[in-house]
Design a protein. Sequence first.
Length: 103
Amino acid sequence: ISILPDTALWWETRPLWILVLYVALIPTALLFSIFERLPRPKEAPIPSALRLVGGAALLCLGIALIAMFGFGGGPKYFGYGAFALVILGAAVSGLLPRFRNAR
């Protein structure tokens, strides 16, 4: 069955789609929430504000580009560059364990 966008039937199915997304999101969020609760090692230094802001800016730019163009959209290899910005931002801000002690 094909539902045309912006028809009455399309709008009537929106609550169902939102429910389906919640059913998928809640277990996934609970599964990955353990990574958000990992304690920072006591010997690990807290990154500087400049490093945190710079890393957050790179990470947000990468996510925004992926959201805007999709992965594989835009110019050739554009999605890989946007994904690399996300990884670089995470590394710069100290979110990746291997780069936490770098200054």
